[in-house]
Design a protein around this ligand. Structure first.
Ligand SMILES: [Mg+2]
Length: 166
């Protein structure tokens, strides 16, 4: 079960202070897009998110989008906010992001994966040995497969005890 537990959880991505990452030796942030930085298919990040991204950059963190979505979805979004990206990231598999980290000479423990889904983002963090940070989804998904996944996530989270970092 613990493979599905994040190291830490926050409500929104923009509520995570840079200090949280820096104190744990994290230098690279791998950010999920849909329902983490913005709502589904929304081409624009929320204003709080933009300010937060700037603050992380100013703190010296390197930022990547890490999305299972298509390059058609991820590239324009990345361009708009000036970020590098990995699309079709195959989360929870660790290989695509390992390749990127290796190219930069960054060991996985110096990267954090931040996202809203347990069976993709959190599990990916665990399998890749990056720091895994769960945020709450920005909006409810009450359709199809995602709704089913959300129900299973609730079952997992019933056993999860959030850890304080300070
Ligand atoms: Mg997501």
């Amino acid at each position: 079960m613990s493979l599905f537990f994040p190291d830490y959880s926050f409500r929104r991505v923009y509520e995570i202070p840079s200090r949280f990452f820096l104190e744990q030796g994290v230098r690279v942030l791998l950010l999920d897009v849909d329902n983490t930085l913005t709502t589904h298919d929304n081409p624009t990040p929320h204003r709080e998110v933009l300010a937060w991204l700037d603050a992380q950059r100013e703190a010296g963190l390197r930022l990547f989008l890490l999305s299972n979505n298509t390059p058609e979805r991820v590239a324009p979004f990345a361009q708009k906010i000036g970020l590098e990206f990995i699309a079709r990231a195959k989360k929870p598999l660790p290989f695509p992001l390992w390749r990127t980290l290796k190219r930069m000479g960054i060991p996985p423990r110096q990267a954090a994966i931040i996202g809203d889904q347990i069976f993709t983002d959190v599990l990916c963090g665990r399998l890749s040995r990056c720091l895994s940070v769960l945020v709450e989804p920005m909006e409810e998904e009450d359709w199809g497969f995602l709704a089913t996944k959300r129900r299973w996530e609730k079952v997992v989270l019933r056993h999860y005890r959030p850890k304080e970092w300070e």
